[in-house]
Ligand binder design. Sequence first.
Ligand SMILES: [Zn+2]
Length: 107
Amino acid sequence: MNNYNNLRIKLEVKKEELNERLSRIRKSKRKEHDKDWAEQATERENDDVVDILGENIIKELDQIENSLKRMEQNEYSICASCGQSINDERLFALPYTSLCIKCAGKI
Ligand SMILES: [Zn+2]
């Protein structure tokens, strides 16, 4: 039985980092819009970028959350699709993965 403590810590640190980034992005979005029309258009464009960034972060956080849950349930190294074990090399390279290399290849 493998111990994934190091990976767990890595994921927890990453989670903190992403949560911070997300709250910073949300704060910057809540800033008052400038009254100048041209400025407003640029700001709206910025908001779109912020939305995409935010969405990506939320997706990443979901994956981390999922990996941490899998660790808790001792399913971390078990492929979510075929139930075979995922090899450690793959887990260390892609800590968010829930699929073995064969199943990931099918997507
Ligand atoms: Zn599989």
